[in-house]
Design a protein around this ligand. Structure first.
Ligand code: IMP
Ligand code: MG
Length: 176
C-alpha cells in the first residue's frame, strides 16, 4: 500500500477563511477578553493563525484530551492528558479544534469544562464533517464543511505524519 495526498483546500483558501472567521469573532465578543483553548495537537496552526487576527485581549492555552473508545462504542468520558493551568471561572472560553467528526471528544469535553463555571463556552472548528455526527454539538465558527474523507495537513495527521503541510489534503491509499 502506498499513500498519496491531493489538495482539498489550498493554503490561500484556508488563510482567507480564517480572516473571515476572525472578523466574525471580533464582532461577536465586542472587545471582551477571551481564553483561546486549543486542543492538541491538530489545532496548533489554526489556533496561531486565528489568534494573530483577533483584536481583543487574548490568552492562549492548550489541552490534550482523548476519548475513551473501545473501537465500536463510546465509553462515555474524556481522558484529560494535559489540563489547563489557569482557572476558566467567569471567563469567556473559545475552544479551537481542528475537525469535528463524530463529535464525541468535544461533546464530553464541553460537559467537563461547563462544570468549571466559565461565563461562556464557544467552539471554533476549522473543519466539520456533519455527516459523521453521533453526538449533538453546536459549532459556533466553522471553517469548512467537508465530505466524509480522511484529511491531513495544516495540523491534521495520519499516524502523526503530514501535520506540517500548509494545505488540507485528502489521503488516498493505493495498492502497489
Ligand atoms: P471526534 O471525537 O470523532 O469528533 O474526533 C475528532 C478527532 O478525530 C479530531 O480532533 C481529529 O484528531 C481526529 N480526526 C477525525 N477525522 C479526521 C481526519 O479526517 N483526519 C485526521 N484526523 C481526524
Ligand atoms: Mg483532535
Amino acid at each position: 500500500m502506498s499513500e498519496s495526498v491531493s489538495v482539498l483546500i489550498s493554503e490561500e483558501d484556508i488563510q482567507k477563511r480564517i480572516g473571515e472567521i476572525a472578523a466574525q469573532i471580533n464582532s461577536d465578543y465586542n472587545g471582551n477578553s477571551i481564553i483561546l483553548l486549543g486542543i492538541l495537537k491538530g489545532s496548533v496552526f489554526f489556533m496561531t493563525d486565528l489568534a494573530k487576527r483577533l483584536n481583543m485581549p487574548v490568552e492562549m492555552c492548550f489541552m490534550d484530551v482523548s476519548s475513551y473508545y473501545d473501537g465500536t462504542e463510546s465509553v462515555g468520558d474524556v481522558k484529560i492528558n494535559l489540563d489547563l493551568d489557569i482557572s476558566i471561572k467567569n471567563r469567556h472560553v473559545l475552544i479551537v479544534e481542528d475537525i469535528i467528526d463524530t463529535g464525541r471528544t468535544l461533546h464530553m469535553l464541553i460537559d467537563r469544562l461547563s462544570s468549571r463555571k466559565p461565563s461562556s463556552i464557544r467552539l471554533a472548528a476549522l473543519l466539520n464533517k456533519p455527516i459523521r455526527r453521533d453526538f449533538e454539538i453546536d459549532v459556533d465558527y466553522t471553517g469548512f464543511e467537508i465530505p466524509n474523507k480522511f484529511v491531513v495537513g495544516y495540523g491534521l495527521d495520519y499516524s502523526q505524519r503530514y501535520r506540517n503541510l500548509p494545505y488540507i489534503g485528502s489521503l488516498k491509499f493505493t495498492e502497489d
